[in-house]
Design a protein around this ligand. Structure first.
Ligand code: AHR
Length: 308
């Protein structure tokens, strides 16, 4: 008879929904919209209660978000860090409160790996390498000088650092390729356009290639190039990252030459990790998403299978 209340409590425990608090970067790009949708849908499908916050691209907001999720005593905190640095203190607070943390998409630069359970997301340096390999393929062994301008993402974020380093690592194999200008466009179409306008006004006719750290900024650059009177994809080759639907439209129109995939549909992987964690399972420290590369030549056929 003494056992009865415990049994009732156990059933209650089993039936209690897992509460996941998530702090998103913001709504800066098509990729981010697809990523937020994927998280919300997967939580619904898995019966996980989701407290979804958006930091609007401001690191200080995101630290407040994590603190507020600690105060609300959620079961698990997950977030996509806007920038890599500045996480030690708040993650120690989560640890003290006994709330496990999952990093999703972008990473953090933190020595103490015990502050998070796992990091689910892309290999950003490999994305940069893929972009670099595409350029090497195009340029071949030509001895002609190739002037590349780079539109970077958010300063201090993992995708910006990885995509830059991976790209440089590969293109340095050809001494005729030069990155002549590089500036941050914050992963936003409007800023990508502004940065490209600056590059064009500086050295318009000398630019051979644009390397944009995401599709939205590449789409902004396309607008700037057209307004300047040149043909994007032809007079100036363009390579970007994400592979969102709008990039396929641009490739089909011959305005974008290549896009490296960054898969935003990470919601199911995140919910699986949350459930495994709550069931007491051990998670790998790093879960890498598989991704490809798409070229203008096959854009029409590839587009049919795209989900975002
Ligand atoms: O962190 C992933 C990057 O952030 C995506 O490439 C970009 O579109 C987004 O803003």
């Amino acid at each position: 008879r003494d056992k009865e209340p415990d049994a009732a409590q156990d059933t209650e425990k089993i039936q209690k929904k897992i509460v996941l608090g998530f702090s998103q970067v913001g709504a800066e790009s098509n990729w981010r919209t697809a990523n937020s949708e994927s998280i919300k849908t997967a939580a619904r499908d898995e019966g996980i209660e989701l407290l979804f916050l958006s930091a609007q691209q401001k690191p200080e907001n995101q630290i407040k978000d994590v603190r507020s999720l600690i105060a609300q005593q959620v079961d698990v905190i997950a977030f996509s860090p806007i920038v890599e640095y500045g996480w030690g203190t708040v993650l120690k607070e989560a640890k003290l409160a006994g709330i496990p943390v999952i990093i999703m998409d972008r990473g953090i630069d933190e020595q103490d790996k015990s502050l998070y359970v796992t990091h689910i997301g892309s290999d950003f340096a490999e994305q940069g390498r893929k972009a670099g390999r595409w350029l090497l393929e195009k340029v071949g062994d030509s001895n002609e000088r190739v002037n590349v301008v780079e539109i970077q993402g958010t300063f201090g974020s993992t995708p910006t650092n990885g995509r830059r380093e991976g790209f440089i690592e590969i293109i340095k194999q050809n001494p005729n390729i030069f990155v002549t200008n590089s500036k941050a466009g914050d992963f936003m179409r409007s800023k990508g356009k502004e940065v490209m306008e600056e590059f064009l006004n500086d050295k318009g006719s000398e630019i051979d290639v644009v390397y944009a750290h995401n599709d939205d900024m590449a789409l902004g650059a396309i607008e700037a190039i057209e307004e300047y009177g040149l043909r994007p994809g032809k007079d100036i080759k363009i390579i970007s990252i994400d592979a969102v639907k709008a990039a396929f439209d641009a490739m089909k129109a011959g305005k974008l030459n290549c896009t490296v995939e960054c898969n935003p549909l990470q919601g199911p992987e995140l919910m699986k990790a949350v459930k495994d964690l709550m069931a007491g399972k051990q998670l790998p420290k790093r879960i890498v998403i598989n991704e490809g590369i798409f070229r203008e030549e096959t854009a029409e056929a590839d587009f049919i299978n795209r989900n975002y």
